[in-house]
Design a protein around this ligand. Structure first.
Ligand SMILES: Nc1ncnc2c1ncn2[C@@H]1O[C@H](COP(=O)(O)OP(=O)(O)O)[C@@H](O)[C@H]1O
Ligand SMILES: [Mg+2]
Length: 410
């Protein structure tokens, strides 16, 4: 058992003991700052809900469903990804939490990854570049990165960037990110811009860190832990309620924009950790909805061309099980300037042309025609739809991310 202080930048939050072999929080000691606890962790009579804090802590580690993680753990000679957290102080490039061993008095300023360099060793292994671990340095924000696709943080031209792969056999996600970027640019939706970068014969998407040393991303999942949801409240309504209680302005509009984008690109993986809010990590003031990121699991990324055309079996998250149902939640389409999307087919063709052998002509046409059809759908609906009263009938029941391990062949 090792004794740590849970830290939020330079603020001491609570004392805790971690089990070195499992990575779990075994015991929680004194609470110094309930305010600075991660969002949605309950405190009763000055006692932190340990199960909830463990869930938060474990969620910080690389998910067991990460593509290639088994091989990476063999290289590290570790049994699980949770123990990696302890080797990088639990630091991340998406928020400001970390842990400090009680034997040290190291400061956040000295070790945070926003201002200080980090090791590329973990990233090299995670991306499958090396299996060499001599003189290995574990201090990397990759130890706290979420999501199932192979990815790493890299410093490119002095900027922290997330470099993320695609899944077999089409490697389509990096191109989808660029297409989504372009659609959001046209529609004026606040977003993180992505580019494609090649490493050998593999495409990757690259985006800059949108979090700084003074902000942090709080996922919708965490936001939804701030209140109890009763069985008659839909996931959508619950999220809006939680955001409004936190004082977030205009959340309905931000969600409208996300739902419309996800309809157009047939996004299948907008689970509750793929959107959220941003707050000031010093003052804890809420800044607003996070810009849209992670839109790659879309445009039939794992489907055959004819399935893309038919549009059947497209999954939908986070609110409703189908995109048609989810689109009914949109309260206003007035902000959409449809004419801005006029040339989008040609632009998509240009983006997909860069995919080389991963993309044949049939597939390209299927993607373009499905996007054009879905834009037309929205245009039609926008003319007629009035928002309906939401219920839980067609709600998504669980918050589960897409995994790609079985997508090796079709
Ligand atoms: N540009 C970014 N800046 C800061 N944090 C990010 C950024 N992009 C993603 N993240 C964080 O990293 C996590 C994983 O990235 P994501 O793009 O969702 O990968 P995946 O496609 O594998 O789910 C996200 O859930 C979010 O917490
Ligand atoms: Mg994600």
């Amino acid at each position: 058992m090792v004794r740590y202080t849970l830290m939020h930048k330079e603020v001491c939050v609570a004392e805790m003991e971690l089990d070195e072999t499992t990575g779990y929080i075994k015991k929680i000691g004194e609470l110094y700052s309930a305010e600075h606890l991660p969002v949605g962790i309950a405190v009763k009579k000055n006692i932190i809900d340990r199960a909830a804090l463990n869930e938060w802590w474990i969620d910080r580690s690389i998910p067991a469903s990460r593509s290639g993680i088994k091989q990476a753990l063999e290289v590290f000679e570790l049994s699980n990804t949770k123990v990696l957290l302890m080797r990088c102080f639990g630091l991340s490039l998406s928020d400001q939490y970390w842990i400090r061993s009680r034997e040290t008095n190291i400061t956040w300023k000295e070790i945070n990854f926003f201002d200080n360099p980090f090791s590329e060793d973990i990233g090299d292994v995670l991306i499958g570049k090396t299996t060499e671990t001599a003189n290995f340095d574990f201090r990397s924000p990759d130890n706290t990165s979420d999501g199932c696709l192979k990815k790493r943080w890299e410093s490119i031209d002095g900027k922290r960037c997330l470099v993320k792969g695609g899944s077999n056999p089409f490697m389509q996600q990096p191109f989808n990110e660029v297409i989504a970027t372009r659609i959001m640019e046209c529609l004026g939706i606040e977003h993180i811009p992505y580019k494609v970068m090649w490493d050998g014969d593999k495409p990757y998407s690259v985006c800059e860190d949108f979090i700084t040393a003074d902000t942090e991303l709080v996922s919708a999942w965490r936001v939804m832990q701030t209140q109890k949801r009763d069985n008659s409240t839909s996931v959508y309504r619950h999220y809006v309620n939680c955001c409004e209680a936190l004082g977030i302005k205009n959340i309905v509009h931000s969600i409208d924009q996300m739902i419309v984008l996800d309809y157009i690109i047939a996004n299948e993986d907008r689970h509750q950790n793929n959107f959220g809010l941003v707050r000031n990590a010093n003052t804890l003031e809420w800044i607003g909805a996070a810009p849209i990121f992670d839109s790659g699991s879309s445009l039939g990324y794992d489907k055959r061309s004819n399935q893309i055309v038919s549009g059947k079996e497209i999954e939908c998250k986070p609110f409703k099980k189908t995109h048609t149902e989810q689109l009914k939640l949109v309260s206003s389409f007035d902000w959409i300037k449809f004419d801005r999307l006029n040339g989008i087919g040609d632009e998509i063709a240009q983006i997909l042309n860069q995919a080389g052998e991963y993309m044949d002509e049939n597939r390209k046409q299927a993607i373009i025609s499905s996007v054009e059809k879905r834009i037309n759908d929205i245009e039609t609906i926008a003319l007629s739809q009035t928002q309906v009263e939401d219920d839980i009938e067609s709600d998504v029941e669980e918050n589960i991310a897409e995994t790609y391990e079985n997508n090796l062949s079709l």
